[in-house]
Design a protein around this ligand. Structure first.
Ligand code: UD1
Length: 420
């Protein structure tokens, strides 16, 4: 296993290009199961999670080729309905093959994804939505068994205790494209990745309105056809690089960015003292003067993304004053707190809040990544810290950030891999 070594402090400068969105591409790949015709998807990030989804598609009878950011999917003619635990358990997003398999093949057997380090993460909303479309569902030996001769459109409210669910909205929306009649998803997730999935489905011939809003209307059609699509830029990678510019007091031009997807983050970073210059598809980020402490609460889109909570916490560790960071989506998503404290941060956790008292500087230390965004936050801390940091378990980082070392090297960071 590799660890990532960073020699800080760095001052990042230059240009960097954001990859296609991980969270958009995963359900879009699953959606190709809704047709037997070929699909071509561009700007696909070469990540561990993307490759896991391609393995799942192959196990379900698809032929999938990945070449220089373009994925070409075709059918082998032997569509499968069984998604194995070995693959589904490694990545939660794989559960969103349930809707497409069931809609296309009238039956599906998909492993329950299980929990993960950032919280319990149930799938009740996925199952509620699929059941509302008329499927019979049972759970046996860790698998969801679903069957329905033809799904029927219905109204379904998908709001949960922690708000709407991104993947449940996608799962149910995909299933509803081939259902008989009209489906109304209320309290649908409004995330840009859900809207990108809807755009892909529309290109396949689906009839969808209202995506990007809390009410999505789907008029079922008899069949979907193949299409081509380009994935939207990854707003979380863009946000992580913006935080990198600020924590290193650098100056970065970030390309392939859609600023309209980053409203809450840009607002908070400006409040914290960032100078942000927006252009059509890029953004320049540097400090205006000194960093200022801010309070941040994560919320469903268009609120501040939970996937940026750990990175903003890193930034606040070296910001004078007290910041309160409140996590409303995953109340236990604080595994990074103790690792940041090992680097000299002063963070106290109280329930869903982290109280961060800014310190003058962090010091490099050996730390351990616990999940994808926690590993990004440790990279940021390592860039800002004095001395050498080594981050173990970086396979988490590889799940969501394409070529991140090369990108940071290009911006002047001293970063390299070592064998553990
Ligand atoms: C997606 C993103 C993930 C992001 C999250 C929230 C992908 C591949 N992943 O995950 O990066 O952190 O959205 O923005 O797109 N919940 C339930 N019941 C359910 C489903 C979810 O209670 O059936 C809860 C979750 O535990 C969580 C909240 O709802 O507290 C939001 O989760 P959800 O939006 O579903 O996250 P994912 O779609 O899995």
């Amino acid at each position: 296993m590799d660890k990532l070594v960073i020699e800080g402090p760095a001052r990042l400068k230059g240009e960097v290009t954001v990859s296609g969105s991980k969270n958009a591409v995963l359900p879009i790949l699953a959606a190709t199961l809704l047709t037997d015709e070929p699909c071509v998807i561009r700007k696909v990030p070469n990540l561990r999670d993307t490759n896991t989804m391609l393995k799942i598609l192959r196990s379900l009878g698809k032929c999938a080729e990945f070449d220089k950011g373009t994925v070409s999917i075709s059918s082998t003619g032997q569509a499968g309905f069984f998604a194995d635990y070995k693959l589904v358990s490694t990545m939660r997003a794989s559960f969103c093959v349930l809707g497409p398999i069931l809609a296309k093949l009238k039956k599906a057997k998909v492993s329950l994804p299980g929990g993960c380090i950032i919280g319990v993460r149930p799938v009740d909303l996925h199952l509620k939505g699929i059941k509302a479309l008329g499927a019979e569902i049972s759970i046996e030996s860790g698998y969801v068994l679903a069957k329905a001769d033809r799904l029927k459109g219905n109204s379904v409210y998908l709001g949960g205790v922690y708000g709407s669910s991104v993947l449940a909205t996608g799962n149910v929306m995909m299933a509803a494209t081939l259902a008989k009649g009209r489906t109304l998803i209320e309290a649908a997730a409004c995330e840009p990745e859900v809207a990108d999935l809807a755009e892909f489905l529309i290109k396949m011939g689906a009839k969808i309105k209202g995506h990007g809003t809390p009410i999505i209307e789907i008029e079922g059609v008899k069949g979907l056809h193949g299409t081509e699509h380009t994935i939207i830029p990854d707003r979380i990678e863009a946000g992580t690089l913006m935080a990198a510019a600020l924590i290193t007091k650098g100056d970065i031009l970030i390309k392939n960015v859609l600023c309209q997807h980053l409203g809450a983050l840009i607002d908070k970073l400006e409040e914290a003292g960032a100078c942000i210059t927006k252009a059509d598809s890029s953004v320049r980020v540097r400090l205006k003067s000194k960093l200022k402490a801010i309070n941040v609460t994560t919320l469903p889109y268009p609120g501040f993304p939970t996937d940026m909570q750990a990175q903003i916490m890193s930034l606040m560790t070296v910001t004078p004053g007290i910041s309160v960071i409140t996590e409303k989506i995953y109340p236990d998503r604080f595994m990074h707190v103790s690792e940041l404290n090992r680097m000299g941060a002063h963070i106290q956790r109280e329930g869903p809040h982290a109280i961060v008292e800014g310190v003058k500087h962090l010091s490099g230390a050996p730390v351990m990544a616990s999940d994808l965004r926690a590993s990004a936050c440790l990279v940021l801390a390592g860039l800002a810290a004095k001395g050498k940091s080594s981050i173990s378990r970086i396979y988490h980082l590889e799940r969501g950030y394409e070529n991140i070392e090369d990108k940071l090297l290009g911006l002047g960071a001293k970063i390299y891999r070592e064998k553990e």
